[in-house]
Design a protein around this ligand. Structure first.
Ligand code: HEC
Length: 157
Protein backbone atom coordinates (compact mmCIF):
# COMPACT_ATOMS: atom_id res chain seq x y z
CA UNK A 1 0.00 0.00 0.00
CA UNK A 2 2.76 2.35 0.98
CA UNK A 3 4.63 1.55 -2.20
CA UNK A 4 1.52 2.32 -4.20
CA UNK A 5 1.23 5.74 -2.56
CA UNK A 6 4.86 6.38 -3.22
CA UNK A 7 4.30 5.51 -6.85
CA UNK A 8 1.29 7.85 -7.13
CA UNK A 9 3.34 10.64 -5.63
CA UNK A 10 6.05 10.09 -8.22
CA UNK A 11 3.47 9.93 -10.94
CA UNK A 12 2.05 13.29 -9.89
CA UNK A 13 5.50 14.76 -9.80
CA UNK A 14 6.22 13.49 -13.30
CA UNK A 15 2.89 14.87 -14.43
CA UNK A 16 3.72 18.32 -13.11
CA UNK A 17 7.09 18.18 -14.77
CA UNK A 18 5.46 17.27 -18.06
CA UNK A 19 3.02 20.18 -17.79
CA UNK A 20 5.89 22.51 -17.08
CA UNK A 21 7.86 21.22 -20.04
CA UNK A 22 4.79 21.65 -22.22
CA UNK A 23 4.37 25.17 -20.98
CA UNK A 24 8.01 26.02 -21.77
CA UNK A 25 7.56 24.47 -25.17
CA UNK A 26 4.57 26.67 -25.97
CA UNK A 27 6.35 29.82 -24.77
CA UNK A 28 9.41 28.95 -26.83
CA UNK A 29 7.14 28.30 -29.80
CA UNK A 30 5.46 31.69 -29.50
CA UNK A 31 8.84 33.37 -29.10
CA UNK A 32 10.15 31.52 -32.14
CA UNK A 33 7.21 32.55 -34.28
CA UNK A 34 7.65 36.11 -33.13
CA UNK A 35 11.31 36.06 -34.12
CA UNK A 36 10.35 34.68 -37.48
CA UNK A 37 7.91 37.47 -38.27
CA UNK A 38 9.54 40.37 -36.45
CA UNK A 39 13.23 39.59 -36.00
CA UNK A 40 14.17 42.98 -34.57
CA UNK A 41 11.13 43.22 -32.28
CA UNK A 42 10.06 46.38 -34.03
CA UNK A 43 6.63 46.41 -32.42
CA UNK A 44 8.24 47.16 -29.08
CA UNK A 45 10.09 50.13 -30.43
CA UNK A 46 8.68 53.60 -30.41
CA UNK A 47 7.16 54.74 -33.64
CA UNK A 48 9.58 57.03 -35.35
CA UNK A 49 8.85 59.90 -37.65
CA UNK A 50 7.78 58.94 -41.09
CA UNK A 51 10.77 57.65 -42.94
CA UNK A 52 11.37 57.82 -46.61
CA UNK A 53 12.57 54.64 -48.20
CA UNK A 54 16.11 55.99 -48.29
CA UNK A 55 15.97 56.80 -44.59
CA UNK A 56 15.73 60.55 -44.82
CA UNK A 57 13.45 61.81 -42.10
CA UNK A 58 10.63 64.09 -43.07
CA UNK A 59 10.62 67.02 -40.72
CA UNK A 60 7.02 67.46 -39.63
CA UNK A 61 7.74 71.04 -38.63
CA UNK A 62 9.76 72.23 -41.58
CA UNK A 63 9.60 75.85 -42.59
CA UNK A 64 9.64 76.91 -46.20
CA UNK A 65 9.66 80.54 -47.29
CA UNK A 66 8.72 81.63 -43.79
CA UNK A 67 5.71 79.33 -43.67
CA UNK A 68 5.26 76.34 -41.39
CA UNK A 69 4.45 73.85 -44.13
CA UNK A 70 2.19 71.47 -42.22
CA UNK A 71 -0.20 74.15 -41.00
CA UNK A 72 0.40 77.10 -43.31
CA UNK A 73 1.09 79.38 -40.36
CA UNK A 74 3.61 82.20 -40.61
CA UNK A 75 6.95 81.40 -38.96
CA UNK A 76 7.33 83.92 -36.15
CA UNK A 77 7.75 84.11 -32.41
CA UNK A 78 5.19 81.83 -30.77
CA UNK A 79 4.60 79.69 -33.86
CA UNK A 80 5.07 76.31 -32.18
CA UNK A 81 2.90 77.33 -29.23
CA UNK A 82 0.11 78.08 -31.67
CA UNK A 83 0.76 74.87 -33.62
CA UNK A 84 0.60 72.68 -30.53
CA UNK A 85 -2.43 74.36 -29.00
CA UNK A 86 -4.56 75.59 -31.86
CA UNK A 87 -4.37 73.05 -34.67
CA UNK A 88 -5.50 69.91 -32.87
CA UNK A 89 -9.25 70.30 -33.22
CA UNK A 90 -9.62 72.32 -36.36
CA UNK A 91 -7.55 73.49 -39.27
CA UNK A 92 -5.15 76.38 -38.80
CA UNK A 93 -7.14 78.05 -41.58
CA UNK A 94 -9.99 78.59 -39.15
CA UNK A 95 -7.53 80.46 -36.97
CA UNK A 96 -5.88 82.55 -39.68
CA UNK A 97 -8.98 83.53 -41.57
CA UNK A 98 -10.21 85.22 -38.43
CA UNK A 99 -8.50 88.49 -37.87
CA UNK A 100 -9.20 89.83 -34.47
CA UNK A 101 -7.96 92.19 -31.83
CA UNK A 102 -6.25 90.81 -28.71
CA UNK A 103 -9.48 91.37 -26.82
CA UNK A 104 -11.55 89.35 -29.25
CA UNK A 105 -8.95 86.59 -29.42
CA UNK A 106 -9.10 86.25 -25.66
CA UNK A 107 -12.87 86.14 -25.85
CA UNK A 108 -12.77 83.47 -28.58
CA UNK A 109 -10.36 81.39 -26.54
CA UNK A 110 -12.61 81.74 -23.51
CA UNK A 111 -15.58 80.68 -25.61
CA UNK A 112 -13.74 77.57 -26.80
CA UNK A 113 -12.73 76.77 -23.24
CA UNK A 114 -16.31 77.06 -22.06
CA UNK A 115 -18.01 75.25 -24.90
CA UNK A 116 -15.45 73.26 -26.93
CA UNK A 117 -13.25 71.62 -24.30
CA UNK A 118 -10.25 73.77 -25.04
CA UNK A 119 -7.77 73.36 -22.20
CA UNK A 120 -6.36 76.09 -19.96
CA UNK A 121 -3.53 77.75 -21.84
CA UNK A 122 -1.86 79.43 -18.87
CA UNK A 123 1.03 81.66 -19.85
CA UNK A 124 0.82 80.32 -23.40
CA UNK A 125 -2.36 82.31 -23.99
CA UNK A 126 -0.41 85.56 -24.04
CA UNK A 127 2.15 84.08 -26.45
CA UNK A 128 -0.62 82.82 -28.74
CA UNK A 129 -2.61 86.05 -28.77
CA UNK A 130 0.52 88.11 -29.37
CA UNK A 131 1.46 85.84 -32.28
CA UNK A 132 -2.00 86.14 -33.80
CA UNK A 133 -2.30 89.89 -33.43
CA UNK A 134 1.22 90.44 -34.78
CA UNK A 135 0.98 88.10 -37.75
CA UNK A 136 -2.69 88.13 -38.61
CA UNK A 137 -3.68 91.70 -37.85
CA UNK A 138 -7.15 93.01 -38.30
CA UNK A 139 -7.71 94.28 -41.75
CA UNK A 140 -7.82 98.02 -41.45
CA UNK A 141 -9.88 98.68 -44.52
CA UNK A 142 -12.55 96.07 -44.14
CA UNK A 143 -15.20 98.74 -44.47
CA UNK A 144 -15.45 101.82 -46.57
CA UNK A 145 -13.33 104.59 -45.14
CA UNK A 146 -14.92 107.63 -43.61
CA UNK A 147 -15.88 110.29 -46.09
CA UNK A 148 -13.68 113.31 -45.73
CA UNK A 149 -13.25 116.72 -47.27
CA UNK A 150 -16.60 116.76 -48.90
CA UNK A 151 -18.23 119.89 -50.12
CA UNK A 152 -21.80 119.50 -49.07
CA UNK A 153 -24.27 121.54 -50.97
CA UNK A 154 -27.45 122.98 -49.67
CA UNK A 155 -30.61 121.32 -50.75
CA UNK A 156 -33.01 123.68 -52.37
CA UNK A 157 -36.69 123.38 -52.00
C1 HEC B 1 -10.29 71.34 -27.93
C2 HEC B 1 -10.47 71.65 -29.32
C3 HEC B 1 -10.03 73.02 -29.79
C4 HEC B 1 -8.79 73.59 -29.68
C5 HEC B 1 -7.55 72.99 -29.07
C6 HEC B 1 -8.90 74.88 -30.28
N1 HEC B 1 -10.14 75.08 -30.78
FE1 HEC B 1 -10.75 76.67 -31.85
N2 HEC B 1 -12.58 75.84 -32.06
C7 HEC B 1 -12.93 74.59 -31.62
C8 HEC B 1 -14.26 74.27 -32.09
C9 HEC B 1 -15.01 72.96 -31.85
C10 HEC B 1 -14.68 75.38 -32.85
C11 HEC B 1 -15.98 75.54 -33.61
C12 HEC B 1 -15.74 75.00 -34.98
C13 HEC B 1 -16.89 75.20 -35.87
O1 HEC B 1 -17.73 76.05 -35.60
O2 HEC B 1 -16.93 74.47 -36.89
C14 HEC B 1 -13.60 76.33 -32.81
C15 HEC B 1 -13.63 77.55 -33.47
C16 HEC B 1 -12.57 78.43 -33.54
C17 HEC B 1 -12.62 79.70 -34.23
C18 HEC B 1 -13.81 80.26 -34.99
C19 HEC B 1 -14.62 81.01 -33.98
C20 HEC B 1 -15.84 81.61 -34.58
O3 HEC B 1 -16.31 82.58 -33.99
O4 HEC B 1 -16.31 81.09 -35.59
C21 HEC B 1 -11.41 80.27 -34.08
C22 HEC B 1 -10.96 81.60 -34.63
C23 HEC B 1 -10.60 79.36 -33.28
N3 HEC B 1 -11.34 78.26 -32.99
C24 HEC B 1 -9.31 79.61 -32.90
C25 HEC B 1 -8.57 78.78 -32.08
C26 HEC B 1 -7.30 79.12 -31.51
C27 HEC B 1 -6.57 80.44 -31.72
C28 HEC B 1 -6.89 78.06 -30.78
C29 HEC B 1 -5.62 77.92 -29.93
C30 HEC B 1 -5.61 78.73 -28.74
C31 HEC B 1 -7.91 77.03 -30.89
N4 HEC B 1 -8.92 77.52 -31.68
C32 HEC B 1 -7.84 75.79 -30.32
C33 HEC B 1 -12.18 73.74 -30.85
C34 HEC B 1 -10.87 73.96 -30.50
Amino acid sequence: MAANKEFQKKLRKAERLAYFAGFLFVIAGIGGLFLLYDPDFSIFQKKQNTLLSNNIEIDEDRIENGIHVRTGLIDAKGLMTVVTNCTNCHSAKLVTQNRMSAERWNATIKWMQETQNLWELGSNQKVIVEYLVANYPQKEKGRREHLMNINWYELEN
